[in-house]
Design a protein around this ligand. Structure first.
Ligand code: ADP
Ligand code: ASP
Ligand code: MG
Length: 406
């Protein structure tokens, strides 16, 4: 007998038939004698609609009210799945984030999980009941509903798995595992039997949204065994494991892309000490995450400063920059949303030179201009025009020998 957390994403619970399918899968594990807790996302498309409503009313909406709105999607799914389970004879009960409780900090819209009390869940599970827990939701320091950032149900699942000391955390989704790149863009992507935590962490952080970044971070820290598998087919999935469990180590393990960032340029910033702090300090204080940064050298004592922020954060970034306009002393702010960040990730990059050079050469051969570059130990990212996304990902996938045999 094992204790398992099963997480089902939006497409897996998109309609009643799919919810029935999920119920059948849960029942199978229960009948095999396992203790099961389930974590669910909102039905496919629901969170996007809820976010859109908030943004349409006000681009700079109150983050606490945003959370109140977007957390509702998951509530619906917990109730529906609990009913579907009860209908086929499985004892089940829905749990909202506040009922567990899943305690978070107060960073509304992207709250961090601070603590989950596992005792009550364990008690129900060992009594044979299946808790159906709302993913994405938490409760903040002032007893207000929080959410964990887009894709946050993965984090809920891993956090619950750690709290109930589960043997496994199975992430059921609409692909049957973790691939060398998004299989929807590159049909010749290969399924990886196992991926190291660190690589998955980098891949997720640069856009491979098959797992949310923080969920991988937590799994790595708490040693939760995560498996990604299909909710529609019975096929072996992909495991996220320790580095030393990986037998074959290629230079580059995967290619990822993110369309979620926008390029922001501050024109004619005075080129003097302290300027970066004046620009990025207030952005950080306003919870705006800045990713890639370049500063171009000017000739007249001014410089252009370019960086990327999440597309959804552009209005807030503009507001913050507007407020510190006098202090920074720039001439204008230009935001360009038509960009994609493409990244290559691999532990093999640590010990091999020239991996990034292959990337630059491959893109040059396709006539793709690189706007910004950033690197870390096991990753290189470039910012390119959005229209080159597919071309760039496919070319790099081939260049690093990742294509599946035809
Ligand atoms: P869910 O709603 O189940 O959480 P997501 O849409 O968040 O599902 O994540 C699954 C999607 O991640 C897949 O449909 C796929 O398009 C995308 N994806 C991106 N990169 C990868 C990758 N390297 N391997 C597998 N899927 C990937
Ligand atoms: N429903 C939330 C979202 O779409 C959380 C999740 O699906 O993981 O971002
Ligand atoms: Mg997801």
């Amino acid at each position: 007998m094992a204790r398992i957390v099963m997480k089902f994403g939006g497409t897996s619970v998109a309609d009643l038939d799919r919810i029935r399918n999920v119920a059948t899968r849960v029942k199978r594990e229960v009948e095999a004698g396992h203790e099961v807790a389930v974590v669910v996302s909102a039905m496919s498309g629901v969170t996007n609609q809820l976010v859109k409503w908030c943004t349409e009313l006000s681009p700079l909406h109150d983050a606490r009210e945003y959370d109140t709105v977007v957390a509702t999607g998951e509530q619906v799914t917990t109730g529906l799945l609990a009913i579907a389970l009860q209908t086929i004879g499985v004892d089940a009960r829905s749990w909202q984030g506040w009922q567990v409780p899943i305690r978070t900090d107060g960073a509304h819209g992207k709250a961090r999980v601070e603590e989950i009390e596992g005792a009550r869940l364990i008690e129900r599970m060992s009594g044979g009941q299946v808790p159906v827990i709302a993913g994405f939701q938490g409760i903040g320091p002032r007893e207000r509903i929080t959410t964990l950032g887009r894709g946050g149900s993965d984090l809920s699942a891993v956090a619950v798995a750690a709290a109930v000391r589960a043997d496994r955390c199975d992430i059921y989704t609409d692909v049957d595992g973790i691939y060398t790149t998004d299989p929807r863009i590159v049909p010749r992507a290969r399924k990886l039997a196992a991926v190291a935590y660190e690589e998955m962490l980098e891949l997720a952080s640069v856009g491979a949204k098959v797992l949310q970044t923080r969920s991988v971070e937590l799994a790595m820290k708490q040693k939760v065994r995560v498996q990604v598998l299909s909710s529609f087919e019975d096929k072996p999935g992909s495991l996220v494991v320790d580095e030393d469990e990986i037998v074959e180590q290629p230079l580059v393990t995967g290619v990822a892309y993110s369309r979620d960032e926008a390029k922001v340029t501050l024109r004619r910033v005075p080129d003097k000490p302290g300027i970066a702090a004046t620009v990025f300090g207030p952005l950080a204080d306003a919870n705006v995450n800045v990713d890639m940064i370049v500063q171009n050298l000017g000739s007249d004592g001014t410089t252009d400063m370019t960086f990327t922020v999440g597309k959804a954060e552009v209005p807030r970034a503009r507001e913050v920059l507007e407020k510190s306009r006098a202090e920074i002393g720039y001439s204008e702010v230009v935001a360009d949303p038509e960009v994609t960040k493409i990244s290559i990730v691999g532990i093999g990059m640590r010990s091999h030179a020239g991996v990034a050079a292959t990337m630059f050469k491959t893109l040059a051969e396709k006539g793709i201009n690189i706007q910004v570059i950033s690197t870390s130990e096991i990753k290189t990212s470039v910012l390119v025009g959005a229209e080159y996304t597919e071309l760039a990902v496919r070319a790099l996938h081939t260049a690093y020998g990742l294509d599946a045999p035809a």
